[in-house]
Ligand binder design. Structure first.
Ligand code: HEM
Length: 152
């Protein structure tokens, strides 16, 4: 079952992200460094310019953070993002690694203000995004199977 962020958690994520925005470029660099430390094989999936990739990632997180007040409007875009990630070679297990790298980065960027309450709020929000992306892919996969010829 999907755990949705509470109103307080949405506010916490929005306020803490505002503190990271001025250091977005550095935060993105820290994020990828940590991600490739956790799983060096993921580096092979990123083919573009990492600085630009970092900007896209932060822009997407910013859009998601802004959209948290009305999650239902965000869902179609996040589902499409999930489907595109299959083409990037991303597998379901990678979402945990990315989540861990994201929380670690926030901890580095926010320092003492990254309290357990803030960490939990981010963890719930990342979980909603990741689960929405993954669910769209899984639904797509089962729809594909329904069109397959019956197994012999
Ligand atoms: C909430 C989770 C995530 C968000 C918000 C996110 C966001 C994005 C965005 C905005 C892009 C730009 C391209 C596009 O819009 O299609 C992108 C590309 C990409 N993402 Fe993610 N992503 C997430 C999870 C992941 C995970 C789990 C991985 C696994 C390693 C991953 C790997 C990649 C790769 C490889 C690309 C393409 C890079 C390239 O073209 O070189 N992402 N992501």
């Amino acid at each position: 079952m999907q755990v949705l962020p509470t109103t307080a958690q949405v506010q916490i994520v929005q306020e803490s992200f505002a503190k990271v925005t001025p250091i977005a470029e550095a935060a993105a660099a820290i994020f990828y460094q940590r991600l490739f430390e956790l799983d060096p094989s993921l580096e092979l999936l990123f083919r573009g310019d990492m600085k630009q990739q970092g900007r896209k990632l932060m822009a997407m997180i910013a859009a998601a953070v802004r959209g948290l007040d009305n999650l239902s409007l965000l869902v179609p875009a996040v589902e499409n993002l999930g489907r595109r990630h299959v083409n990037y070679g991303v597998s379901i297990k990678d979402y945990d690694t990315v989540g861990a790298a994201l929380l670690w980065t926030l901890g580095q960027g926010l320092g003492a203000s990254f309290t357990p309450v803030v960490a939990e709020a981010w963890s719930v929000v990342y979980g909603v995004l990741a689960n929405t992306m993954i669910a769209a892919v899984e639904r797509g996969a089962s729809a594909d199977r329904s069109h397959a010829s019956p197994a012999a």
